[in-house]
Design a protein around this ligand. Structure first.
Ligand code: ADP
Length: 462
């Protein structure tokens, strides 16, 4: 591993701004890349230098490996941070960087590949002693055999495309009568989306929570967990509100999940920041779901409760340094929430919204809040936009993330609600009112969480 003094951020929006903020604080020169649609975007304005990649279409810009590498060469960038999405979990990109002698701020290509295929990943995890949802993830894909496995697991079962992602090629099967039709449907969907028809079958948990563990490994064999996040509040498998720590965890369960997550990472030779996602059942059983081999959107809630800067950890690990802290030096202080502000219209089935942000600000003072309190961040707005910016339809509609910290969950939630009210966004429709309804919902206040929270409370949320 090599030291570097210039970092290219191969991303856009809030995450590009957020990564550059830490890079600057560490004394690194920052390079932005952009598509034609983003020529005047905030991440371009904030970088020391910016390079055009190509037209608006992501395929021709942010996903264009050759153009990104050429931009790094031209600007003398010794390392590339991929953010999340785009090229962040693309093994071919990592291999191309290895060949070009550019440091990838992330795991080795082999670790990305090990987690890229759901069936293969499950086999590895079983080997590492990480608990899996009861199910079938074998190579034999014969119809009759799959049906027999589903019968054995017991309905409802969940069919999942081995090569899947983003909820595609996934179906719940309520009873054996519907199995064959669901299998055919999933295979068609998976073939179309991923060019692959392999399926795995899992027991369908009816009220699980989504609890994920932040892990970090360095290149010297050290691995730690930075505790968990509860991301159960999802709409169509998209996270909306996240929090850390997860409510109701015992110290023992936290340690068991944390240690399982570190085992998962070390099994595949992981280096850098990763997230191991688990389903947590009502009886406190937890099951490995998948590992995301990148920095997550919701990483700030972990930063808020640990007081650590995860991007700084990533950059240090990429420079070959050992992890900044050992497991017993990490502690949880207070509680944190994150709300994702999307340019979308909840009144119109969450249709993405576009336009010019005539006004985008948060009046903290007016709300009686301050961004720092008792020496730590209390309200944080990670944003990719400012007043006057144009929101186009080309990319993910997330505008910003509002992150708060409190001494306990109740205090943090009260702060979240005040900060949401202090947000003033004009010119583009957002989901702010929907976030407010969620964050003031009695069931949410009581932490009655599971992945169908939004579905179950539809009547009172819309
Ligand atoms: P993808 O990679 O397509 O996002 P995941 O395997 O991560 O698919 O699952 C997405 C979501 O589906 C999870 O966050 C969870 O809400 C739900 N889910 C996945 N597996 C199960 C299961 N066995 N039982 C119940 N819900 C599940």
């Amino acid at each position: 591993m090599t030291k570097f003094d210039t970092l290219l951020v191969a991303n856009r929006g809030e995450i590009a701004c957020r990564v550059m903020r830490t890079a600057r604080a560490m004394g690194l020169r920052t390079i932005a890349v952009y598509s034609d649609a983003d020529a005047n975007a905030r991440h371009v304005r904030e970088a020391d230098e910016a390079v055009r990649l190509g037209p608006a279409a992501a395929r021709e810009s942010y996903l264009n490996i050759a153009a990104v590498i050429e931009a790094a060469r031209r600007t003398g960038a010794g390392a590339i941070h991929p953010g999340y999405g785009f090229l962040s979990e693309n093994g071919a990109f990592v291999e191309a960087l290895d060949q070009a002698g550019i440091v990838f701020v992330g795991p080795p290509a082999s670790a990305i590949a090990a987690m890229g295929d759901k069936s293969a990943a499950k086999a590895r995890m079983a080997h590492a002693g990480v608990p899996l949802v009861p199910g079938y993830h074998g190579d034999d894909q014969d119809d009759a055999l799959l049906k027999a496995e589903a019968d054995k697991i017991g309905y409802p079962v969940l069919l999942k495309a081995s090569a899947g992602g983003g909820g595609k090629g996934m179906r719940v099967v309520e009873s054996d009568a519907g199995f064959q039709a669901a299998l055919d449907g999933c295979r068609r969907e998976s073939q179309a989306a991923f060019g692959d028809q392999r399926m795995l079958i899992e027991k369908y948990l009816t009220q699980p929570r989504h609890v994920e563990v932040q892990v970090f490994c360095d290149a010297h064999g050290n691995g730690v967990y930075l505790f968990e996040r509860d991301c159960s509040v999802q709409r169509r498998h998209q996270k909306v509100l996240e929090e850390a720590p997860a409510p109701g965890m015992t110290a023992e369960l936290r340690r068991d999940m944390g240690e399982a997550a570190v085992r998962a990472a070390q099994e595949i030779g992981y280096v850098g920041a990763g997230t191991v996602e688990f389903l947590l059942d009502a009886d406190s059983s937890f099951y490995f779901m998948e590992m995301n081999t990148r920095l997550q959107v919701e990483h700030p809630v972990t930063e808020m409760i640990t007081g650590q800067d995860l991007v700084e950890w990533q950059l240090r690990v990429a420079m070959g340094e050992p992890l900044p802290l050992a497991q017993d030096e990490l502690t949880i202080t207070g509680h944190s929430f994150e709300a994702r502000l999307y340019a979308e219209d909840p009144e119109q089935d969450f249709l993405p919204a576009t336009g010019t942000l005539t006004h985008f600000a948060m009046d903290l003072e007016g709300a009686g809040l301050s961004s720092f309190e008792k020496g730590r961040a209390r309200v944080r707005l990670d944003s990719g936009v400012e007043s006057g910016d144009v929101v186009s339809m080309h990319y993910d509609p997330m505008l910003a993330k509002l992150i708060v910290h409190g001494d306990d969950r109740d205090q943090a939630l009260a702060t979240l609600n005040r900060a949401l009210a202090a947000l003033d966004v004009q010119g583009v429709i957002t989901n702010r009112a929907f976030l407010q309804r969620l964050a003031t919902h009695p069931a949410f206040k009581n932490a009655e969480l599971d992945t169908r929270f939004i579905e179950r409370h539809e009547a009172t949320l819309f």
